[in-house]
Design a protein around this ligand. Structure first.
Ligand SMILES: Cc1ncc(COP(=O)(O)O)c(C=O)c1O
Length: 469
């Protein structure tokens, strides 16, 4: 059969609320045109993030009931540890409450002033934790990653020659570890090939550097390796996952993605000395080593989630749903980052709305239009999220002026929660996107009326500009 179906039946449902266009117009104004400020009950299809927003299976809910809440040595921990060791080959498994907690522990131990941490592309929490330690975070994506239209099959790859240059430039002794993010979230959910991981590992070996993975989406990455990398088609996902983890000396994971849970994280280590130090920090800041910052029931749900996420029918459905959305948007003429990534589609808002300059936030204009038209929540990844006003600009009622710090791309991310929406939901998103596309020349830019001092996209406020302003 050619049709790829959702490989599950739905046992429990959560109603979503239709709103009228007039209601959405009012809600948008009350939220100052910032979708983070819109209550979830006023959103019809929520594509804000794929993190912690997935649906758990009946077996995971059964695990929730089985959870052993003993403070130390809970049965749930040992079940969780056994599953993770079997999947990854790592014997040392520390649970944490989410990915950034693993990152904080790791970089508090290996970071520090004068240190340099290379990554194919740091996710924002990883970068923040590296920099919080006093170290410098350096992104080394391949050049193809900079071109949204380029269809390189492994656009998440690290630029190995650039890694060599960095090591020569700063000296291996200043680099505590090399990190690779699979898949590359900041770069559009693009995968990293096994060949690239092996090449990065070879450079690490030459210089005696540990290789760490930020492996939130390890299973989606493995599926791309199976589908796209020569010689990989006949290998099982588990085999590929095993080989990927075997290359690593340590791993941070946010289980809110491929762990198929709403909360949870992991830190996997091989080095005994580092394990000892990390365990002590875990006890100090998260909780005892057999529960991290979690409840026993969360460990059960994770143990089961990591089992389900490597099933190939699940992955075929997952990756195909995202690809389907990407293909349909492309067919409509909507420019997206190509090829579609594993967990999200990224609309190229600068190409879609060339009349709206970066300082009038074309991505935010598209985000507002998708909400107006269809009650869909997406997120801007461009000048709102990563831009900054020039030092002289008052952070109050002024529009952020031209000449401010600008990111390279103006994107709108449609992130797909796992096992939550069906194909008809996706068809609805496509229909709404078609209407936004038809109105693209009439979309209005915005000015920022309030800019918070940090992570401005969460609480910034906007006003819409008059057409042609
Ligand atoms: C690649 C990557 N690393 C780290 C994190 C941080 O994980 P958490 O949100 O669980 O702290 C995320 C979350 O989106 C991510 O996508």
């Amino acid at each position: 059969m050619k049709t790829i179906i959702e490989p599950f039946r739905i046992k429990s449902v959560e109603p979503i609320r239709m709103t009228t266009r007039e209601q959405r117009e009012r809600i948008l104004r009350e939220a100052h045109f910032n979708l983070f400020l819109v209550p979830a009950q006023d959103v019809l299809i929520d594509l804000l993030t794929d993190s912690g927003t997935g649906a758990m299976s009946s077996e995971q809910w059964a695990g929730i009931m089985r959870g052993d809440e003993s403070y130390a040595g809970a049965t749930s921990f040992f079940r969780f540890q056994e599953r993770i060791t079997e999947l990854t080959g790592f014997d040392h498994v520390l649970p944490t409450h989410q990915g950034r907690a693993s990152e904080r522990i790791l970089f508090e131990l290996v970071g520090g002033p004068g240190k340099v941490v290379p990554n194919n592309a740091h996710f924002d929490t990883t970068r923040a934790n590296v920099e919080h330690s006093g170290a410098r975070a350096v992104d080394l994506p391949i050049p193809e990653a900079a071109d949204p239209a380029n269809r390189h099959p492994f656009k998440g790859n690290m630029d190995v020659a650039a890694l060599r240059r960095l090591i020569t430039e700063v000296g291996a002794e200043r680099i505590p570890l090399v990190m690779v993010t699979i898949t590359n979230n900041s770069g559009g959910g693009q995968p990293v090939s096994l060949e690239n991981l092996r090449a990065v590992k070879a450079v690490c070996r030459e210089h005696g550097l540990p290789l760490f993975l930020d492996a939130c989406r390890f299973s989606e990455n493995a599926y791309f390796i199976k589908r796209r990398e020569p010689g990989m088609a006949d290998r099982s996902i588990r085999e590929i996952v095993h080989e990927v983890f075997a290359l690593a000396d340590g791993v941070t994971i946010s289980a809110k993605k491929d762990g198929l849970v709403n909360i949870g994280g992991l830190l996997l280590l091989r080095d005994e000395k580092l394990l000892h130090a990390a365990s002590n920090l875990l006890i100090l800041t998260e909780g005892f080593i057999t529960y991290g910052g979690l409840a026993g029931r969360d460990l059960e749900a994770m143990a089961q989630g990591f089992e389900e996420v490597v099933q190939e029918d699940y992955l075929a459905y997952r990756i195909r749903s995202v690809e389907y959305l990407g293909e349909k948007l492309t067919a409509l003429g909507i420019p997206i980052v190509q090829p579609p990534g594993g967990h999200a589609i990224y609309i190229d808002a600068a190409a879609l709305c060339p009349r709206i300059p970066a300082h009038q936030f074309p991505g935010q204009a598209v985000v507002c239009a998708l909400y107006r038209v269809g009650g869909i929540r997406s997120v801007e990844i461009g000048s709102v999220m990563f831009g900054a006003a020039p030092p002289s600009t008052a952070r109050t009622s002024e529009s952020v002026s031209p000449g401010a710090v600008r990111p390279r791309l103006e994107l709108v991310r449609l992130a797909m929660p796992r096992r939550v929406y069906t194909q008809s939901h996706i068809d609805y998103v496509i229909e709404a996107a078609a209407e936004v596309f038809a109105q693209r020349n009439a979309l209005r830019g915005l000015r920022m009326t309030y800019e918070p001092p940090v992570l401005r996209h969460f609480t910034a406020r906007f006003a819409e500009l008059e057409p042609g302003a």
